[in-house]
Design a binder for this molecule. Structure first.
Ligand SMILES: Cc1cc2nc3c(=O)[nH]c(=O)nc-3n(C[C@H](O)[C@H](O)[C@H](O)COP(=O)(O)O)c2cc1C
Length: 138
């Protein structure tokens, strides 16, 4: 099991994130969104879903199958129901318009939390700014 420290991420003097950031990635897009575009370098990677997170967190996940929540993310959520506060789902508008980033809708419906954003691949700068402000405001 891989564990990362992922407590307080300060990207500049104005932005403080109390939330822990947790993410799942298969091809690397969500990883790049979280750690590079958004700068959450201490985010925790979901590897097999058995990970435990203490306290409140925001989940970033890709969408799988036909608008499905990835299996490892489903397992992770079952193990960490209490702390989920927000969800960002990635997907592909070009390839999967009908089920675009639908993992986000399903997670919020089944586990709660706020749907912060649905992001096409790694998102735009506008997406990144919205996500950051939403997370600060949680
Ligand atoms: C088998 C498969 C099924 C997918 N199904 C969907 C889908 O239903 N809806 C969607 O928006 N994107 C879907 N995608 C696209 C991924 O969610 C998208 O490429 C995402 O950026 C992948 O994130 P990752 O690189 O972090 O793994 C699918 C991709 C694959 C490979």
């Amino acid at each position: 099991m891989v564990r990362y420290r992922h407590q307080l991420v300060i990207t500049n003097k104005k932005e403080k994130y109390k939330m822990k950031i947790v993410f799942a990635t298969r091809m690397g897009n969500t990883d790049e969104l979280v750690r590079q575009k958004l700068g959450y370098t201490d985010a925790m990677l979901i590897v097999d879903g058995s990970e435990k997170v203490d306290g409140d967190y925001v989940l970033f996940t890709y969408t799988d199958g036909y608008g499905e929540v990835p299996g490892v993310v489903e397992s992770f959520l079952e193990n960490n129901k209490a702390g989920l506060k927000g969800v960002v789902a990635t997907g592909s508008m070009v390839r999967h318009a009908d089920t675009f980033a639908a993992a986000g809708d399903k997670i919020v419906k089944d586990f709660g939390g706020v749907l912060i954003a649905k992001v096409d691949v790694q998102g735009t700068e506008e997406d990144h700014a919205k996500i950051k402000s939403a997370i600060v405001a949680l």
